[in-house]
Design a protein around this ligand. Structure first.
Ligand SMILES: [Ca+2]
Length: 353
C-alpha cells in the first residue's frame, strides 16, 4: 500500500562536514602504493571538495525546475461557481490489479511492502578517500560504450594530474585510529540508499566508480554492477540511465573493497524528461553537472547505511527506505496500468518478497 505519509522525506543528509585535507603523500610512500597501481602516490593532494556546491537536500527535487517534464503541481483550474463547467478531461486513468495502487501521476501501478530493517550493530563513518591519478583516468563511460574524457569526468596520463568524479567525491570508511579513510571493511558491500519521491515520472543519470567493485540497484533490483577485479571499476566513471515512475523509488549504491586502498563514489543527477536518455549521445548532452541530487561527496562525517555486516540490511528484493523517519526495508513492485504495455518502463520488480 502506498501511504501518503511516505511523501514526508526525512532530512537525513546534513551539511557536509568540512574535512581538513592532510597531505598524505609521505604516508603513502611509507606504506606503499595504492593497490592496482605501481606508479606511486597521487601527488599533491588536490582535493577540491570545498569548491563543490551541493545545493540539493535529500528532498524531492523541486518540480518547478526549468526544462524537465515533471510539473504536475501546475495551476488548479478555477471553478466557476455560477456556471459549472463540465469536468475537464481527466485523461487516461490507471487501473490496477488487486494489491496494486496507481502511482501519483497515474503512470503505473505499484505495490509496496515495508518490513523492519536489521541494524547490524557496526556503523562506519564516512571519510574522504585518498585521491589517486588512476581514479577516473579514462573519464566517463556510458552504457553504449562511449567514453568521454575531460577534467570533469577524469583525464590523466600520470601522477601529476588528479581529477575526475571519483577523486572529487570518493569516500570510504574512516579508520578510527587515523581519522582518515582506511582499507576496511575489506570484502563487504557498503554504501548508501537514496529515496526519490516524485510527482511525475522521469529519467535520472547515476555515475558510479570504486576501488574495487561497484553495484547499483533501483527498487531492490541490480541495474548496473562492475564485478571484475581489474582497474576499470575505478578507471572510469560508469554512467547509467534510470527510468523511474512517479511515487517512491529507492536507489542503492554500493562499493566493495577487495584489498588494500579503497574508494567509492556515486552521484545521482536529474530529473530529466522521461525517456529523454535513450542513448549515449542523449546522456552526454544532459546537464548532469547542474542536476546532481545526491553525491557521496556530501556524506563525509555521516554513516554508511547499506551494508552486509554493518549499517542496515534488508531481505533480498527489498530496498533500504530512507524516506521514512527510521530506516525500514521496502519492497517496491512497479507494473504497467491494466491494458497498457509500457515497454519504455523497465520492470523494477525486485522479485517475489
Ligand atoms: Ca582496493
Amino acid at each position: 500500500m502506498f501511504s501518503q505519509k511516505l511523501k514526508q522525506i526525512a532530512p537525513i543528509h546534513q551539511s557536509p562536514t568540512p574535512m581538513i585535507c592532510v597531505p598524505v603523500c609521505a604516508f603513502l610512500l611509507l606504506i606503499g602504493c595504492p593497490d592496482e597501481t605501481a606508479t606511486g602516490p597521487a601527488g599533491p593532494s588536490s582535493d577540491t571538495d570545498a569548491g563543490l556546491i551541493f545545493q540539493q537536500s535529500n528532498n524531492t527535487p523541486p518540480s518547478t525546475d526549468a526544462g524537465h517534464a515533471i510539473q504536475d503541481n501546475g495551476e488548479t483550474p478555477v471553478a466557476d461557481a455560477g456556471n459549472p463547467a463540465p469536468d475537464p478531461d481527466p485523461g487516461p486513468q490507471c487501473t490496477c490489479p488487486d494489491g496494486y495502487d496507481p502511482t501519483p501521476a497515474d503512470d503505473a501501478c505499484t505495490k509496496t511492502i515495508t518490513v523492519a530493517a536489521t541494524n547490524e550493530g557496526t556503523s562506519y563513518e564516512v571519510c574522504d578517500a585518498q585521491d589517486n591519478w588512476v581514479y577516473g583516468k579514462f573519464g566517463a563511460q556510458y552504457p553504449g560504450g562511449t567514453k568521454v574524457r575531460n577534467e570533469y569526468w577524469g583525464e590523466s596520463d600520470g601522477p601529476g594530474t588528479v581529477n575526475g568524479r571519483l577523486n572529487e567525491v570518493g569516500i570510504w570508511a574512516c579508520n578510527e585510529n587515523t581519522g582518515q579513510a582506511g582499507y576496511d571493511p575489506v570484502g563487504e558491500w557498503i554504501g548508501f540508499a537514496h529515496c526519490l519521491n516524485l510527482d511525475g515520472k522521469g529519467d535520472y543519470l547515476v555515475g558510479i566508480a570504486g576501488d574495487n567493485q561497484v553495484r547499483l540497484k533501483l527498487n531492490g533490483e541490480t541495474v548496473f554492477e562492475y564485478l571484475e577485479n581489474n582497474t576499470a571499476a575505478f578507471n572510469y566513471w560508469w554512467i547509467s540511465a534510470l527510468h523511474v515512475n512517479s511515487g517512491m523509488n529507492i536507489i542503492e549504491m554500493q562499493g566493495y573493497n577487495a584489498h588494500s586502498v579503497a574508494s567509492f563514489g556515486a552521484e545521482i543527477a536529474g530529473p530529466f524528461p522521461f525517456n529523454s536518455l535513450e542513448n549515449d549521445e542523449a546522456m552526454i548532452a544532459a546537464n548532469y553537472e547542474d542536476k546532481i541530487v545526491f553525491s557521496t561527496g556530501v556524506m563525509v562525517g555521516q554513516s554508511f547505511d547499506v551494508g552486509e555486516d554493518s549499517g542496515w540490511t534488508c531481505p533480498d528484493g527489498y530496498a533500504l527506505n530512507r524516506c521514512l523517519p527510521e530506516p525500514e526495508c521496502t519492497y517496491i513492485d512497479v507494473i504497467p496500468c491494466v491494458g497498457e504495455s509500457d515497454v519504455s518502463t523497465p520492470a523494477t520488480d525486485g522479485g517475489t518478497p
